[in-house]
Design a protein around this ligand. Structure first.
Ligand SMILES: [Zn+2]
Length: 366
């Protein structure tokens, strides 16, 4: 089992996940689509570039790069990736195409906050596209991209029109006004605007859930996705599901898992930048009960912070809720299948782990 170039007729799906950061690579007929970007821990390079180097693929074969939304754990290194992928188009959530977003992005450097670096990446992407005289492609519910040279079709499942309207109104409220103090992006959740995708190849479907959450508001989140799929592809199910929002309960939608997922492979990436990392134990159990195989690119247990005296760590714990080393583990799972095969070939690397049916192998996660 080693990392190697897929054959021309192999459809390949690679999910890379760190404890903070995820990235998905899709291959068909020597061409690639990349969804989101994360940096490799040691080299600090965008994962797709490192992966391509190790298998001998060329970034010039990337046809499309998607930024599902602008959170750090989905967008790190995406401008570097685009800069190296001279033939790629770039698609992101329609919610950023409002003028207010651009004004916000312009201010982001000056008023840098936790959302700052995501906006910085977008600004770099915008520069590259401008130099190439190439437009941003918009992703929103119902937008379909056909790739005849890859034999595949990609449908954006979100954001819905309703979500886009709400987002632009909320973003407009965040624009700094001369003389007023501007803090940071707080009230808008980029997760609600993220682009979940449905990819069809040779009669098979996969669903990449981004960080889309399950919003109770009518016409938004996973409820809107279910209505859309019910009307457009009522009998189709995804065989591989990149679980939305790191397996959290806020990303969970019962109808979606029952009606639109074949239950074959659920893949979850962890998120450790909070006191209780995702997925939680109850999330793992819930996902496992709806899937034949549940694979986690890494476990969610954060590493201990190294290089500090115990007394310093104690002091840190006195002033903050939690102290741990972020994003230390990383791993990937690769799915392959060719048109004359019926079974997926599944391979895992590094910290990637499959949850066993008795949960015996996740005992030390919590
Ligand atoms: Zn995320």
């Amino acid at each position: 089992m080693k990392l190697n170039l897929p054959n021309l007729d192999q459809f390949e799906v690679v999910v890379f996940g760190r404890q903070i950061g995820e990235c998905i690579l899709i291959h068909s007929k020597s061409k690639w689509i990349i969804i989101d970007s994360a940096l490799e821990r040691l080299t600090k390079r965008p994962f797709p570039l490192a992966y391509f180097e190790s298998i001998g693929a060329s970034p010039s074969d990337i046809q499309l790069i998607i930024a599902t939304h602008w959170h750090d754990d989905h967008i790190k290194g995406i401008s570097d990736l685009l800069g190296n992928a001279e033939n790629a188009q770039f698609l992101t959530t329609r919610c950023i195409f409002d003028k207010p977003f651009y004004r916000l992005a312009l201010h982001a450097k000056k008023y840098s906050g936790p959302s700052g670096s995501g906006l910085d990446e977008f600004r770099e992407v915008a520069k590259i596209l401008e130099q190439r005289n190439q437009p941003f492609l918009q992703g929103a519910e119902g937008i379909v991209k056909r790739f005849p040279s890859l034999d595949l079709e990609l449908t954006c499942l979100s954001p819905s029109n309703f979500a886009c309207q709400r987002a632009s109104a909320e973003i407009a409220n965040l624009i700094p006004i001369e003389g007023c103090r501007f803090n940071r992006v707080k009230s808008v959740s980029p997760n609600d605007m993220s682009v979940a995708t449905w990819i069809s190849w040779n009669g098979r479907n996969i669903c990449l859930g981004a960080d889309l959450e399950n919003i109770s508001k009518a016409g938004e989140g996973w409820n809107a996705v279910c209505s859309f799929l019910k009307s457009q592809a009522p009998n189709e199910k995804a065989e591989i599901l990149k679980v939305p929002h790191h397996g959290s309960i806020t990303g969970w939608n019962d109808t979606f898992w029952k009606d639109h997922f074949s239950s074959d492979f659920a893949v979850v990436t962890a998120y450790t930048r909070q006191s209780e990392p995702l997925p939680k134990r109850e999330d793992v159990e819930r996902m496992a009960s709806y899937s034949k195989r549940l694979i986690a690119t890494t476990d969610p247990k954060p590493s201990k912070l190294r290089g500090f005296e115990n007394s310093t760590l104690r002091q840190l714990k006195d002033i903050t809720n939690w102290v741990h080393d972020l994003g230390q583990k990383e791993g990937l799972v690769r799915f392959r299948i060719s048109s004359n095969e019926t079974e997926w070939q599944v391979d895992k690397w590094q910290n990637c782990v499959e949850v066993s049916k008795d949960f015996g192998n996740i005992k030390d996660w919590y």
